[in-house]
Design a protein around this ligand. Sequence first.
Ligand code: GCU
Length: 595
Amino acid sequence: MRSLLALLFLALTAPIALSAPLIQNVAARKTTSLNGPWHIIIDPLETGLGAKWYLNRKPKDKSDLVEYDFDASETLNVPGDWNTQKEKLFFYEGPIWYERAFTYSKHDHTRVFAYFGAVNYRARVYLNGEPLGEHEGGFTPFDFEITQQLHDGENFIVVEANNQRRQDAIPALRTDWWNYGGITRDVTLIETPETFIRDYWIQLAKGSRNQIDGWVQLDGEHSAQQPVSIDIPDAGIKTAATTDAEGRATFHVSAKLQLWSPKNPKLYDVRISSGADTLRDAIGFRTIETRGSQILLNGEPIFLRGIALHEEAPMRGGRAYTEQDAETLLHWARELDCNFVRLAHYPHNEYEIRLADRMGLLVWSEIPVYWDIDWTNPQTLANARSQLQEMIARDHNRAAIILWSLSNETPVKPERLTFLRELSEDTRRTDPTRLVTSALNSAESDGPDRHILKDPLGEYLDVLGLNQYYGWYQGRLEDTDRQQWTIAYDKPLIISEFGAGAPFGRHGEEAARWTEEYQASLFTRQLAAVSKIPQLAGITPWVLMDFRSARRPLPGIQDFFNRKGLLSPTGQKKQAFFVLQKYYQEKESQPPSKP
Ligand code: GCU
């Protein structure tokens, strides 16, 4: 009882701890990349912090004792996980200290920020020996202002990256994906005017197809009472507003727009200007809502032909981070005839989201509240809330994203409900225009071959996700197609996971596990069964491509890969790929269901 009260009190009072308000749309700004080789010191005994390695000290003279030397140390590429870069780090979990020197010429009347796309899991960042700050969460961006600490000339930046798993962290101790550690996404220096456009929100108003509602947030001494203009030339929109005392300008403008959709992923060139700062972005406009058990895109019912995927690099393995990785993964999804992807179980890199915007792929984005976590720990809640805010902050102008997912396969218990209800309210407060979901796995038996989903969390969701593994973890393959699910809510349902494991090229009779034939048969039977669910509004089978997991040691079959992919790690298509592709092609050619 005490901890629930503490949780309630914290939920009501705790500020959301962000490293610094996130800078929107980094790619459109004046930047310097710090990608490349960084020196590293592996620190299994956590010596570096106490020994102040962030000072990057050199012996003053021959008697001075300094027991580390970044310049003489080995390197790792940034971005990139360390596990697949060095054999000795394949299973490594703990801190590694990164250092790189760089030259910078400072300009008057400018500010400079260091922006990290992601560091797994916890990062401590220092510039020229001075602490900039910390960040927790392995899949969301963060930035620090470095204007004061930055030298005009030689600089060195040090990052302690620590992927140690903890029960009170998000995710907690157990996951079914590889705990790739390191500076896993781009590191960028951003130069801005003294007062600059830090963030903006430019989307259609909730439920409107011809009213753009938005705001522009300035940052700097002269951010109050400043003129801001927003131009969308292709839509004939030219509007202006003035910032309030907090540097925020809000605007509402009628608009006659081509709406963004998978068939027509129209992105408008949007220009935001204020003072010395001008930004351009490519933004799509669409509405997303539910009506009963239907999902409506731009007012029309849509069936989400999806696939779930991890942010695993195709071909080379490891954490994906390049534009090319995104191209390969999302074009495989398109080849399946998907119009939707579930990016599991954490926010994926911005390249994937912006590519989905361009390709017309709808997106489910999720924070890694995964399986059982420390539900009553106030720090854990604050951490989840901050990851949620960072996820929304980076991608809130992306038309592709329609669903924010709060969690995956979490146990039904009161403290979990309290925790996730808070996150659902946070999400609606921050973004009232998108749908809230979670992947549930709490369907209960409701008699022979019958299952019922009545998870209390459903109350707080717009769309229900259901993970069920009938024919693999539960029941027999041959019984799969006669399974029936009852959903205790008049809400849209997405079957967010089903699947079976089979390494590419392993063949045998249909009933033999680990064969492509078994996997293909399971897909056929599952698709037949779930298609009977009246509330079914979408499917994202598990999973696009085999991915590494330390939970999967079976020699000669898994070898530390989860083999439920429809593609091998090098893109070889398994039989089930074509089963799902055929199902989606038929689904796409069917007339849209009646409203
Ligand atoms: C779970 C889980 C996935 C996992 C999958 C599996 O449902 O959500 O992360 O990989 O099952 O067991 O393959």
